[in-house]
Every structure is written in structure tokens, then in C-alpha cells.
Design a protein around this ligand. Structure first.
Ligand code: SAM
Length: 246
């Protein structure tokens, strides 16, 4: 059989494309791309000629397309899966074909590379030893508030993806849920010319979002709960120290 290869693509700076990505783009039998136009644009900027067949593979067709692509893998094809930016499957298409490949016993591998989660986490200055990735917050205010409440006792550093048109409302809700004092970072336009990291308390960042609305792509990184906050959120849960005693 051939192989499914998930490949990360640059999240802004085209120089982050790996040699392996370029080789795969040139050599794969089939390239399953979230947006075929963007794929050709990337290939052009990388100076790579895509020899294989390019097919659209996005959120709306990934379940129905997965098996057909895997039939090709069964006959020996290399199927490269790429999304518009960053790592496929991370708030992007890809999971359906990975799951089906596992179920069908077909090889699947990854050519890793840029992803906004890790870039933002590493630049945030917040603890990186344990973190949780929470994708996008719910769009609706009421659901967002409810969701944020479920994270109140979370001790790990929390990473969210966010959009410019919702950031102001989300920051209001983050402030309501977590209070003003926790440290956080707003990481914007990562790897691009106008990369900007705003670090401060939740109150500081909310004010900065009002004073100077951030544009472009962004990630929010929020410090986890202190022992006291975690205890207040779930009074009967064990602290790390309790567990050490046990
Ligand atoms: N698969 C991608 C990854 O691995 O990062 C994420 C895709 S998701 C649809 C797009 C979101 O990722 C954006 O709304 C933003 O929150 C975040 N993002 C992607 N590129 C970014 C960048 N250059 N700077 C900051 N955030 C970015």
C-alpha cells in the first residue's frame, strides 16, 4: 500500500515550509487540499511544481472523500493531506481520513511543521509543561460564558483560537469568567511581518483590545488556575499536593 501523509504548511511565513513538504508536494500522487487555489498559490510561492492530482478535501466533504482516497492508498498511492495553514486536523480537515486509515489498517504518517497553538504557547511566557488546546470559543455569548465556566478550575495553560470580529466580546467574557488578574498573552499574525505579542493581565489585554483593536489572525493564551482558584471552582477535588501525599 501507499501512505497517507498529513503535512503542515506555513501559517504566514512561507520560509517555514520544510524541504520535506516541498518534496511531498512535488511527488505525491494525490494532494488532498482544503482549498485547491490556496494550494497552488503555496506551490507557486515555493517554486514547486505539483505533479499529482489535486482534489478538494474540506470540512464539508472529508467524510465522503476519505474512503475514495484510501482506495487509492490501497493501490499504492501517496496521498498528501494539507489544509490552508498549519497542521491538518487542528481545527482543520484531516481527522476523517486519519480515522478511516487506522480502521482500514492503512499507513498514515505526518510531515510536521508550523501550528499556531505551539507557536503562541511558546511565545506567551506562560507555563508550557502542561497546557490544553480549546480551539475556537463558541460564537454565542451565552454558550461562551457557559463554556468558560467549565474551564474555571483548569490548572493548565489554556490556548484558544480567536477571530478579529469576536475578540472584543470574547475578552469581556474571559474577564467575567476568570477575573482581571490572570496573566495572558494575545499572539497575533504569528510568523508574519506584523507579528505582535501582547502580554499582561486579563484586564490589561481587554483594555488593549478596546484601545487598539487587533486585526488578523490571533491566538489567546491564558494562565491556568492557581491552587486557590482550582479549589474554589471544585472544592472537593484533590490538589497536586494532596495527590503527592496519596
Ligand atoms: N490548522 C491551523 C494550525 O495548525 O494552527 C489552524 C487553523 S484554524 C482554521 C485558523 C486559526 O488559527 C486562526 O483563526 C487563528 O486563531 C489561528 N492562526 C492561524 N495562523 C495564525 C497566525 N499566523 N497567527 C496567529 N494565529 C493564527
Amino acid at each position: 500500500a501507499g501512505t497517507v501523509v498529513l503535512a503542515a504548511t506555513p501559517i504566514g511565513n512561507v520560509g517555514d515550509a520544510s524541504d520535506r513538504l516541498k518534496a511531498l508536494l512535488a511527488q505525491a500522487d494525490i494532494v488532498a487540499a482544503e482549498d485547491t487555489r490556496r494550494l497552488y498559490d503555496l506551490a507557486r510561492r515555493l517554486g514547486v511544481y505539483v505533479n499529482g492530482r489535486v482534489v478538494a478535501y474540506h470540512d464539508h466533504n472529508e467524510r465522503s472523500k476519505a474512503d475514495g482516497l484510501l482506495d487509492q492508498v490501497e493501490t499504492g498511492a501517496t496521498v498528501l493531506v494539507v489544509s490552508d495553514a498549519g497542521m491538518p486536523t487542528i481545527n482543520d480537515p484531516g481527522l476523517a481520513i486519519v480515522r478511516r486509515a487506522i480502521e482500514r489498517g492503512l499507513p498514515v504518517t505526518c510531515a510536521p511543521g508550523p501550528s499556531a497553538v505551539l507557536d503562541a504557547l511558546a511565545l506567551s511566557g506562560l507555563p508550557t509543561d502542561r497546557f490544553c488546546y480549546e480551539g475556537f470559543l463558541p460564537r454565542k455569548h451565552s454558550e461562551r460564558v457557559q463554556y468558560l465556566r467549565t474551564l474555571l478550575g483548569e490548572r493548565r495553560t489554556i490556548v484558544f483560537y480567536e477571530t478579529p470580529h469576536r475578540i472584543a466580546d470574547s475578552m469581556d467574557d474571559v474577564l467575567d469568567a476568570f477575573g482581571p488578574a490572570r496573566p495572558m498573552a494575545l499572539c497575533r499574525e504569528l510568523t508574519k511581518d506584523y507579528e505582535e505579542i501582547r502580554r499582561g493581565s486579563i484586564a490589561d489585554i481587554r483594555q488593549s483590545v478596546i484601545d487598539n483593536p487587533p486585526r488578523g489572525e490571533m491566538v489567546l493564551v491564558i494562565g491556568g488556575a492557581t491552587d486557590e482558584e482550582a479549589e474554589a471552582a471544585a472544592p472537593n477535588s484533590l490538589s497536586v499536593e494532596d495527590m503527592a501525599v496519596l
